[in-house]
Design a protein. Structure first.
Length: 645
């Protein structure tokens, strides 16, 4: 638009007639609207995989995709409606050429020698890009895999498991000892422990399961050089209590795991079958196979046998001798062990029942239970053992079922290693054992690994479709498959910077990293479209100058106009890249809750924008020039796209 204004106004005129100025604005807006439409479609399409994510990852990243989509739609509407009005108000008077801008002159002075060198050493330039791309592929393959980057919640959840036949008094003692030990670590602010189930129907925890929430102090108050994993390792070393298997996680992710997969650790191996003893035996074998694998922490088998129960079998012949009924004996047992409701207290709007039962020491003493007195009508009180057999029996502490089958679970967390390689090594060790399972028994991997496999499957299915839709959109924008492919080829070269960036920051591949690469696709293609548009504009100028005359277009003319098309519009291309970088780079230095998830998204975008911009500024003009030179040699002329952009 500025070029048209300068052309009409000339050097000696200071103003353009109002009617001519409006006509120029209308013509420019018509040319821009088509490009804006297809750019919006491409960026929205690039986020299609994020919309199709399900489960935990879908709930986390859907707001990001919707926000980006709404912003792009509103931005496109403003460009074709509000922007022309603002231009008509402010673009008045005399317009200076782009060469008058000092920033533009500086950029051209730096860029022109570089692009000329790339064109001169074209084979070397292309070889360097291909080698960098070839190196990035094994680099990506060597990175670890995980479902989501670990979010630092600022607190820890200590979930030890004791023996299934532990008594209430012993659990209370263990809980008090653990809380005292945990409080000795300087980084711990508060500790709150709970044993067994809460007073709710949704908590099915047995008495052998302990949950301790550990609130940590702000990181600024920690000892120098210490990390969250160091705190966990220090606490784990101090809390080595015989008969107790330690487990470490965080409160929020633990609840999410239990609700979504039924597993309270990072990974769980579910064993399905028909017999609890057989399931438990196989679970113990799996545990032995998993011991010693790097990254496997807090390994234990969920107890499904070994629970202790007091069985009281009433002797019907004996109670008939004492003129007692079964209800008479059961009532005494219920009052002694379960408790009898005496009354209800009223405190404002609250009601509390008052129960009475025998003390803990009496209930834990089998001999005292046998001497429990049962009142008779004619013979006075008689001991409970006279009318019932009181014994201790073993049974399952808790029965889990899933898909109408009994289930046992081997649980473990993953630390100091990525989730994907840890589970892959574990699966390889268990492959031989799977074939030995009897008929009706099978294994299933669950936990975070289940989410990882589901998200990877979704992304692998939809990404090829997204690339195809982007290619079709660019084809309709350029009306040329060659030009569309020229813009699409920037995507793999954008992966170079993303791969090097996440490797340098030592970040594992995850859904967050995949979302960052998906967002990078749209940015890379958008910048590539800008370059191709200006290169086509340069070809139109060349054809307008020589194509309609008797002069022949030479390879030297092509190089001259390609360099001009790449360099003369350098500022808007740099602006497109800088806007993205200025918005993303500050996130790399962010800290606090949430930065653990944001950094893996931003890292591939920052690195990818840098390498894709380098490829677009240096390699795209070279490939464009080679394509036009091929057309000139084959057909004796070059194809020029109409100015539809």
């Amino acid at each position: 638009m500025t070029k048209l204004f300068n052309k009409i106004s000339g050097k000696n005129k200071s103003h353009i007639p109002e009617l001519v100025r409006i006509q120029i604005i209308e013509k420019a807006c018509k040319q821009v609207s088509r490009g804006v439409f297809f750019s919006t479609i491409i960026i929205i399409t690039s986020f299609l995989p994020v919309f199709l994510l399900t489960g935990q990852e879908g709930k986390l990243f859907h707001p990001l995709a919707y926000t980006k989509t709404f912003i792009m739609v509103v931005d496109a509407l403003l460009v074709v409606t509000l922007a022309p009005v603002l231009i008509s108000f402010f673009m008045k008077g005399r317009f200076r050429p782009e060469t008058a801008n000092p920033v533009n002159r500086l950029l051209e002075r730096i860029y022109e020698p570089v692009i000329k060198a790339c064109i001169k050493w074209r084979k070397t330039t292309i070889a360097v890009n291909i080698i960098a791309l070839a190196i990035s592929i094994p680099l990506l393959m060597s990175l670890g895999r995980e479902f989501m980057p670990p979010l630092d919640e600022g607190s820890l959840l200590f979930m030890p498991v004791t023996l299934p036949d532990v008594s209430n008094s012993e659990v209370k003692r263990i809980l008090q000892v653990q809380d005292k030990i945990i409080k000795t670590v300087p980084e711990v602010k508060n500790v709150l422990g709970k044993a067994g189930r809460a007073n709710t129907a949704t908590d099915n925890s047995p008495i052998s399961m302990i949950e301790t929430i550990i609130l940590l102090k702000p990181q600024a108050e920690w000892r120098a050089g210490i990390t969250r994993n160091d705190i966990i390792n220090e606490l784990n070393n101090k809390l080595q209590i015989p008969g107790v298997t330690n487990g470490w996680t965080q409160p929020i992710i633990n609840r999410i795991n239990m609700l979504s997969t039924g597993i309270r650790t990072d990974v769980g191996v579910k064993v399905y079958g028909q017999n609890l003893d057989t399931i438990y035996a196989f679970a113990q074998t799996i545990k032995k196979q998993l011991e010693g694998i790097g990254g496997v922490k807090d390994l234990y088998v969920e107890p499904i046998t070994g629970g202790k129960y007091i069985d009281i079998y009433i002797k019907r012949d004996e109670i008939s001798r004492y003129a007692l009924s079964v209800d008479d004996v059961n009532r005494v047992i219920e009052i002694a062990l379960g408790g009898m409701k005496l009354t209800t207290t009223v405190e404002g709007r609250q009601r509390f029942s008052v129960n009475a039962r025998f003390g803990q020491d009496f209930r834990n003493n089998l001999t005292a239970l046998k001497r429990l007195q049962v009142q008779t009508m004619n013979y006075g009180p008689v001991p409970l053992e006279a009318v019932a057999d009181v014994t201790i029996a073993e049974g399952p502490p808790m029965i889990n079922s899933e898909n109408a089958m009994l289930r046992g679970t081997v649980l473990f967390n993953v630390r100091e290693r990525d989730l994907g390689s840890t589970v892959n090594e574990a699966r390889e060790k268990l492959n031989a054992m799977i074939n030995k399972l009897p008929r009706g028994y099978y294994l299933e991997w669950s936990g975070q690994y289940e989410n990882l496999i589901r998200s990877e499957r979704t992304l692998k299915l939809i990404l090829p479709v997204v690339l195809l839709v982007i290619f079709i959109s660019m084809y309709f924008a350029f009306h040329s498959a060659r030009e569309a492919f020229l813009s699409l080829i920037t995507i793999p070269f954008a992966l170079i910077g993303g791969a090097y960036m996440i490797w340098f920051w030592d970040v594992n591949l995850s859904v967050a990293v995949a979302v960052g690469f998906i967002a990078l696709f749209g940015l890379a293609v958008e910048t590539g479209i800008v370059m191709v548009i200006y290169l086509n504009d340069a070809m139109q100028q060349l054809v307008a100058r020589k194509g309609n005359s008797s002069e022949t277009i030479t390879p030297q003319d092509l190089r001259e106009y390609v360099i001009a098309g790449a360099a003369k519009r350098l500022r808007p291309k740099i602006m497109t890249v800088c806007v993205s970088l200025f918005a993303l780079v500050p996130i790399l230095w962010s800290h606090g809750v949430g930065s653990d998830v944001m950094k893996p998204i931003v890292l591939p975008m920052v690195g990818g924008v840098l390498t894709s911009a380098t490829h677009i500024l240096l390699v795209t003009p070279l490939i464009f020039l080679m394509a036009k030179e091929y057309e000139l040699r084959k057909h004796g002329k070059i194809e020029v796209l109409e100015a539809r952009h």
